[in-house]
Design a protein around this ligand. Structure first.
Ligand SMILES: Cc1ncc(CO)c(N)n1
Length: 216
């Protein structure tokens, strides 16, 4: 099995839970309450800044120029997405978005940055991959249904669209090339990082749905 086949088989059940989540279902049927979407947009704009840092680190550590270029381009893409969250969606959501990084966002970005700084290059790729791949799969899935809500339809279009899908294909190819080189122990570590990030992806939607706050 290719590395990406192994990775996806590890998160099949997490992915199924993401598609079932009321936040995700609420995007397509339009029932998602605005405050939950607002929570998501606010936290995602904060997330994207650190995600861009993690991608830039992957790029800096990549042994080959093609991977350096891919990750650095995607870091710039994540910063553009941050601006789109703030300007494009934030403006429509009324009041200025908050700046407080909430627990799940902090936990997820801390995980990404810890692995990107302290793990191997391959582990760093394992950690960032769910951010690409789960959004591409969720985006493509939701695109089939779109949404009666104009704002949600726009969010779906951004992640379902072909430009994002091709960015994700490039990183999947690069991951499989890496899979052919790494030791079994390294492959196991990549899988662990990948599963952890995937769990955080589910938690990120759930935090917005629950209106997560710091308890004290
Ligand atoms: C939490 C999260 N994961 C992944 C993406 C897409 O890269 C995003 N915008 N937000």
């Amino acid at each position: 099995m290719s590395l990406t086949d192994d990775l996806w088989s590890d998160i099949e059940s997490i992915y199924a839970e993401i598609l079932q989540h009321p936040f995700v279902r609420g995007l397509t049927d339009g029932t998602l309450p605005r405050p939950a979407f607002r929570h998501f947009v606010e936290q995602d704009s904060l997330y994207l800044r650190d995600y861009a840092r993690a991608l830039a680190l992957c790029g800096a550590r990549a042994p080959q120029a093609a991977a350096l270029q891919a990750f650095v381009e995607d870091a710039v893409g994540a910063l553009a997405a941050e601006q789109e969250m703030l300007a494009g969606f934030g403006a429509e959501l009324g009041e200025e978005l908050g700046q407080l990084v909430l627990p799940t966002t902090r936990a997820y970005t801390s995980h990404l940055l810890a692995v990107a700084h302290g793990g191997s290059y391959a582990e760093a790729v394992g950690a960032v991959l769910p951010c690409y791949w789960i959004y591409a799969r969720v985006g493509a899935h939701l695109l089939e249904k779109s949404s009666p809500d104009r704002l949600y339809a726009r969010w779906i279009a951004a992640y379902g669209d072909e430009a994002f899908q091709s960015v994700v294909r490039r990183v999947l190819e690069l991951t499989d090339a890496l899979g052919a080189e790494v030791s079994p122990a390294e492959r196991a570590r990549m899988r662990e990082r990948f599963v952890t990030s995937s769990r955080y992806e589910w938690m990120f939607w759930d935090a917005a749905w629950q209106g997560e706050r710091w308890p004290v």
